[in-house]
Design a protein around this ligand. Structure first.
Ligand SMILES: Nc1ncnc2c1ncn2[C@@H]1O[C@H](COP(=O)(O)OP(=O)(O)OP(=O)(O)O)[C@@H](O)[C@H]1O
Length: 231
């Protein structure tokens, strides 16, 4: 049984197709990176996999738990980092994490560990809306890893991070992968994609147009393909 199996998921908004039927699979402890220009369909795919956006067709399953027929258990397997905050800007940093911790029965100690890991302990009483872009990203990432999920879905996690935190992020992903977690994330940073990804999926205009596997996924190859697919 494949650990994550994405089967022909698509999204059509009124008459516009944001994502054509797309499929891929991932094994335990591997990382799939979604690359592609603006509007390629990366966020749409991640939102569908996270369960927050219903697909127009297709389905996804994690360890045999199906997105449609076993939704509750499917969702339990996932940690999702969206591309921004929505209604939680007036919470403090620690209230925000406590809020998500309460859904997943995550201990207070784990919340404190995540604050520490993301360098946010001294910001815990500040309002989310007062944080810098990079700090907001770190907090959103922290929320997604709180419950140590089997599948981690991250929408442009490195967006706004300074070089120090990009490096830390890459190291954290490697450690998380070693624990057996499946990671799927989108990025415009080809060096991060090449360093962390076991597979890179290039997307363009709502389609996965190329798959690059472990052997040939150097940063140089990834950059060349990025340029090629932009044309
Ligand atoms: N709610 C919506 N209604 C209509 N069209 C949408 C909606 N959300 C996204 N789209 C369209 O779907 C397509 C894919 O968008 P998506 O946000 O998935 O791209 P992306 O690859 O994440 O882009 P970016 O790198 O800019 O974040 C785009 O053409 C976008 O305009």
């Amino acid at each position: 049984m494949n650990s994550l199996k994405v089967d022909n998921v698509s999204k059509i908004y009124k008459k516009k197709t944001a994502l054509y039927p797309s499929s891929f699979e991932a094994e335990q402890g591997t990382c799939v990176v979604l690359c592609g220009g603006n509007g390629a369909g990366k966020s749409t795919l991640l939102q569908i996999l996270s369960g927050i956006l219903p697909p127009s067709s297709g389905t996804s399953a994690i360890y045999g738990k199906n997105m449609s027929s076993d939704r509750k258990n499917y969702i339990r397997e996932i940690g999702f980092m969206p591309d921004d905050f929505h209604a939680q800007e007036m919470m403090t940093v620690v209230e925000f994490l406590d809020f998500y911790a309460s859904f997943r029965k995550v201990s207070k100690d784990r919340v404190n560990d995540v604050l520490d890991l993301l360098g946010l302990t001294d910001k815990k009483s500040e309002l989310v809306k007062s944080l810098s872009k990079g700090m907001r990203q770190r907090l959103l990432f922290g929320q997604s890893i709180l419950a140590e999920p089997n599948v981690l879905l991250l929408d442009e996690p490195t967006n706004g991070l300074d070089p120090y935190w990009v490096n830390k992020f890459v190291e954290m992903l490697k450690r998380i992968k070693e624990r057996g977690t499946i990671i799927v994330f989108s990025t415009h940073m080809m060096d991060v994609a090449a360093e962390t990804g076991d597979v890179i999926l290039f997307m363009k205009q709502g389609k996965i147009i190329q798959t690059i596997n472990n052997e040939d996924k150097s940063e140089e190859t990834a950059m060349k393909l990025m340029k090629l697919h932009r044309q």
